[in-house]
Write a protein that binds this ligand. Structure first.
Ligand SMILES: Cc1cc2nc3c(=O)[nH]c(=O)nc-3n(C[C@H](O)[C@H](O)[C@H](O)COP(=O)(O)OP(=O)(O)OC[C@H]3O[C@@H](n4cnc5c(N)ncnc54)[C@H](O)[C@@H]3O)c2cc1C
Length: 402
């Protein structure tokens, strides 16, 4: 029997193990539970996570796959806004901004009529797609606050999928029925339910951290012994994998995320799924309300802040969250809280690094190491993509073992 080893027990690792099950793969996971970024932490009645983790599907077969491992899925419609100058501007802002700030409507329409999209970098892409007003009022401040990176250094390609375009027609007849996440799904016991179900019946070594990889002898060294392999799938951050397999060392840029979860007994004057926060007066770039629990007067909020290593202390963040709640008309008592810090959350795709990353992936594959997943492949991927990643790996494995 060929030895298939999977590094990382997040969704990509678990779904790969499911799809590769004829090869009886073994999963190695450093933490004490599976799920990676897609975990649920139960705190009393609350379902805290690394921010709202919602499923959206491009393909029917992925929906079926996720349904199989999550039981019934709750289906919800996005109810999101940008909170700007004290107003709730319906998302997407590139369609609804003129409705909220009519003074700018003519100029925005004119800029849309004359637009020529320049994809040189993320900065030029945003500015030429949305025009000066939308760029200055929302796209620049929000992206600067979120990415904490020079936008001119960033590749715009990833964003085409996530940020819908606008035009005169859309602005004149605004509808929020656009974007990849207009409708989304959620397991009725939290996103973590998926990994718990996927883990059943699989050989998973928890609290087992990869310390080194001998790519010539095909051995993975961990704190709990050595694992030989013929075929290695890695979902651990690419930056780490390169060092562990002694193929070099190169600092790749990425974002970390703090998620301050607060369980509230109280009332929201205005309901929302999540709000984008472009202004500097709050350190958070987004605040959201979890789907669960669905009981009257009880709700879980998440306040998200991005960083590259330095961030305000927890007491300051709590005060900032309280301040934001007050300005949003969220009244009540915080009865539970959970502070989460996720180091590898978003890969930053820099234009100058693209070629290097492609070379690196090719080099690893030549050594039968197959990177997959969001930080594993250093690509801005979703949970549905974890399924596509697993399918891609299955095709490679079948060819390899044929
Ligand atoms: C704030 C945030 C919100 C998101 N919201 C959504 C959403 O609404 N919808 C959506 O579809 N997607 C969302 N995503 C993306 C989604 O979470 C990811 O695409 C998906 O969970 C990635 O799974 P993965 O297995 O590739 O990576 P991970 O979940 O990171 O799994 C990698 C695993 O490798 C383990 N590992 C790392 N190093 C080692 C080592 N040395 N040895 C052993 N194990 C190791 C880690 O512990 C981890 O369990 C969001 C992501 C973030 C950060």
């Amino acid at each position: 029997m060929p030895k298939v080893l999977i590094l990382g027990g997040g969704l990509t690792g678990l779904i790969s193990a499911e799809i590769l099950k004829e090869y009886s793969p073994i999963i190695i996971e450093k933490s004490d539970s599976v799920g990676g970024m897609a975990k649920t932490f139960r705190e009393g009645p609350f379902f805290f996570e690394y921010g709202g983790h919602y499923l959206h599907f491009q393909k029917e077969d992925s929906l079926e796959f996720f349904k199989k491992f999550s039981g019934d899925l709750l289906k919800r419609e996005r109810n999101s806004y940008v909170y700007l100058e004290g107003k709730f501007v319906r998302y997407p802002v590139q369609i609804f901004f003129p409705e909220a700030f009519p003074l700018y409507k003519q100029q925005i329409l004119e800029e849309q009529r004359e637009k020529k999209i320049d994809k040189t970098n993320y900065y030029t892409y945003l500015k030429t797609s949305f025009g000066n007003i939308l760029f200055e009022k929302f796209f620049y401040p929000y992206n600067k606050k979120f990415w904490k990176t020079d936008l001119e250094e960033m590749d715009p390609k990833w964003s085409e999928r996530y940020i819908p375009q606008t035009d005169e027609e859309k602005i004149e007849n605004p509808t929020d029925n656009v974007g990849y996440n207009k409708v989304f799904y959620y397991p009725k016991n939290g996103i973590g339910e998926l990994s718990q179900n996927l883990a059943k019946g699989k050989e998973i070594h928890l609290k087992t951290k990869v310390k080194a990889i001998n790519i010539k002898e095909k051995i993975v060294y961990t704190n709990k012994g050595n694992f030989e392999y013929d075929f290695l799938v890695s979902t651990i951050p690419l930056e780490k994998l390169v060092v562990l397999s002694e193929l070099g060392s190169y600092k790749m840029d990425f974002l970390s995320i703090i998620v301050l979860n607060i369980g509230v007994r109280g009332k929201m004057e205005r309901d929302f799924s999540w709000l984008y926060l472009p202004e500097e007066k709050t350190p958070f770039f987004r605040v959201g309300k979890y789907i669960l629990p669905e009981s009257e007067g009880l709700f879980g909020l998440y306040f998200e802040l991005s960083h590259k290593g330095a961030y305000p202390n927890i007491n300051i963040l709590f005060k900032e969250a309280r301040k934001l709640m007050d300005s949003l008309g969220i009244n009540g008592k915080a009865i539970k809280a959970l502070f989460l810090n996720l180091k590898y959350a978003y890969p930053i795709i820099k234009l100058k690094e693209k070629v290097y990353i492609e070379m690196l992936l090719e080099q690893l594959e030549n050594h039968t190491i197959f990177p997959a997943g969001r930080m594993g492949r250093w690509k801005y991927l979703t949970m549905e993509d974890s399924y596509f990643e697993a399918q891609r790996i299955k095709k490679i494995a079948d060819l390899f073992f044929k």
